[in-house]
Design a protein around this ligand. Structure first.
Ligand SMILES: [Zn+2]
Length: 202
């Protein structure tokens, strides 16, 4: 369940020096207030949804909407409204999302760099997660390393999600038959983006 909605907070108020109240005609007693609405998700402010202004005469206490004012008062109100900035905290949720996306991209790039490094120098017991021809995920592990090729055991199982690898990566699932992958084949597999991860025990 996602709890979301919107709410307004007070941003700024100011007494308009020259405005004349349309009701009691007192000068300089109109107070303009600007409120900012924002969307929130789980009570975290996400993004601003615009500003609303109201005015009140301190003399006769009548309230006005900006559109009810005559041009002169409206101009003074508009000039004040321009000085009201949306506080940064109203973007908190968007900021969090941007950070998470940034962290995700960073972590993908780090993994790409790791895979590239490990493909270039295979070692015994390296475990490769790769994408199959039919867009499933499976694994193979390196059992011998030679100068121009590696010998591998394939996993007999595959999974439709990368996160499912941990469920099929069991010792008994590995076929004892040995397959040869030449360095060129391994490079091709890597270049085509099919190698998703390599695990190496330290
Ligand atoms: Zn008034």
């Amino acid at each position: 369940m996602i709890v979301y909605g919107s709410r307004s907070t007070h941003l700024k108020s100011e007494q308009l020096r020259n405005a004349v109240c349309p009701n009691c005609e007192t000068r300089g007693q109109m107070t303009a207030s600007v409120y900012g609405r924002h969307a929130h998700v789980f009570w975290i402010p996400f993004f601003p949804m615009g500003k609303q202004g109201i005015l009140e005469c301190q003399h006769c206490h009548k309230g006005f909407k900006p559109k009810e004012l005559d041009e002169k008062v409206k101009l003074e109100y508009t000039n004040f409204r321009r000085t009201v900035k949306t506080p940064l905290w109203k973007f908190a949720g968007l900021g969090i999302v941007a950070l998470l996306i940034g962290a995700g991209i960073y972590s993908d790039k780090m993994n790409d760099a790791k895979v590239e490094e490990l493909v270039a120098s295979p070692a015994m017991f390296d475990k490769y997660t790769f994408k199959t021809e039919t867009n499933y995920y499976s694994t193979f592990k390196v059992v011998e390393v030679y100068e121009d090729s590696i010998y591998v055991n394939y996993n007999d199982f595959e999974t439709d999600k990368k996160s499912g690898i941990k469920d099929i990566d069991l010792e008994k699932n590995y076929d004892k038959d040995i397959y040869v992958l030449t360095n060129a084949q391994l490079k091709e597999l890597h270049d085509s983006g099919k190698i998703k991860d390599i695990e190496r025990d330290k």
